[in-house]
Design a protein around this ligand. Structure first.
Ligand code: SAM
Length: 360
């Protein structure tokens, strides 16, 4: 993710993810209530984590919501509010410095509202991959993740020759490309579930939200048009001599958008968790807090989508193509493309999957 707080930073371009988080509160509230009401909950301290929290205001928004939800629950007749250890997890390269500054504001706000931090929530940074062990055995009560689990642990092996100018799966991708992505996803999600299964207390819960796809058959419809348009823009830069063709051929994004059946099958096969609820909802590409208040404007929407994608793609592009890649040019052209597309297909949306899980 782009670090810091400037105009291309993730912190300033994550209103789409903010919109997605807002759709998960019902599942979160229900999961927290179930933990507190469960037989095994001792009532003194809860360990919680936001996995793949990045470095913007969204991370602290999740912590605030969790804390308020628990307070509301105890205010309706129960006593003995538990203390919360809330871990902000992301990869070690995440901009934890900016995040820790926001934690200070969060603590100050809670101190004003609650009188002291003790009556609330203690927040910690936790660098590390969520595909590995992060917590001691049977210590975690609640795990949350939004817009992160579609990131693979690595680019699937062996795509360089097969995927040419494409940077993800497209309709014309050979079966080897589809299978390489699907297999990497199976392995990653299996590792995620196994490690969380070891870390969770008996009545622990997870709420996971990520980008998926509608259709089981990967080769029957293009559900990643936004990435196809990015590869077309990169190809245009190759043709103009601004990028090397070989560099484009060896670039693939470590993302996978699974369908609901695929996720269910991996969860059932791995066996540590059972699915309590799945909510599937569309999130328009240009979804954000103001989307429904303003009339559609293809330039504004195109820029909104391009800025959002730039905020998470730029570090990857710079690391692969080198510092000389002109990201201003790339994302300006990309914004125009996206704007034209949205003018024709206004309802273009990601298929979001939100899953509530408990230990089986
Ligand atoms: C699009 S951001 C979502 C951030 C935040 N949850 C939100 O909704 O605004 C995805 C985040 O997942 C993180 N991420 C990707 N793979 C990860 C992994 N294996 N372990 C931990 N974090 C990971 C990325 O570094 C990035 O910060």
């Amino acid at each position: 993710m782009n670090s810091g707080n400037d105009k291309t930073s993730y912190a300033n371009n994550s209103s789409f993810q903010n919109f997605v988080i807002s759709k998960t509160w019902d599942l979160v509230d229900e999961a927290l209530r179930n933990i507190i009401e469960s037989d095994g909950f001792s009532g003194c301290c809860m360990n919680m984590v936001d996995m793949g929290c990045a470095s913007g205001p969204n991370a602290l928004w999740v912590a605030s919501h969790v804390m308020e939800s628990i307070q509301d629950f105890y205010n309706t007749g129960n006593s003995g509010l538990p203390e919360i250890r809330f871990f902000l997890n992301d990869l070690p390269g995440n901009d934890f410095n900016s995040l820790f500054k926001l934690v200070e504001d969060f603590n100050e706000e809670k101190r004003l509202v609650c009188g002291s931090i003790r009556s609330g929530c203690f927040v910690y940074g936790l660098p590390g991959s969520f595909y590995t062990r992060l917590f001691p055995t049977k210590s975690l009560h609640f795990a949350y993740s939004s817009c992160s689990l579609h990131w693979l642990s690595q680019v699937p092996q062996g795509l360089e020759r097969e995927n040419k100018e494409n940077i993800y799966i497209v309709l014309t991708s050979p079966p080897e490309v589809l299978e390489a992505y699907a297999e990497q996803y199976r392995r990653d999600l299996f590792a995620f579930l196994s490690t969380r299964g070891e870390e969770m207390v008996r009545d622990g819960r997870m709420v996971l939200t990520f980008v998926g796809r509608k259709c089981e058959d990967l080769s029957s419809r293009d559900e990643s048009v936004h990435l196809t348009m990015l590869s077309q823009t990169l190809l245009e830069m190759v043709v103009q001599g601004l990028l090397e063709r070989d560099d484009l051929y060896s670039f693939n994004v470590p993302i996978y958008m699974p369908c609901q059946q695929e996720v269910e099958s991996i969860i059932n096969h791995q066996g540590s968790f059972k699915i309590d609820k799945i909510v599937v909802f569309p999130a328009r590409w240009d979804a954000n807090k103001y989307a429904d208040e303003l009339p559609f404007d293809k330039n504004r929407s195109g820029k909104l989508v391009a800025d959002c994608i730039r905020a998470f793609m730029e570090p990857m592009l710079v690391s692969h193509f080198g510092k000389s890649i002109d990201c201003d040019f790339l994302f300006q052209r990309y914004a125009e493309r996206v704007g034209e597309h949205l003018a024709k297909e206004r309802s273009s949306a990601y298929q979001m999957l939100s899953i509530s899980l408990s230990m089986s």
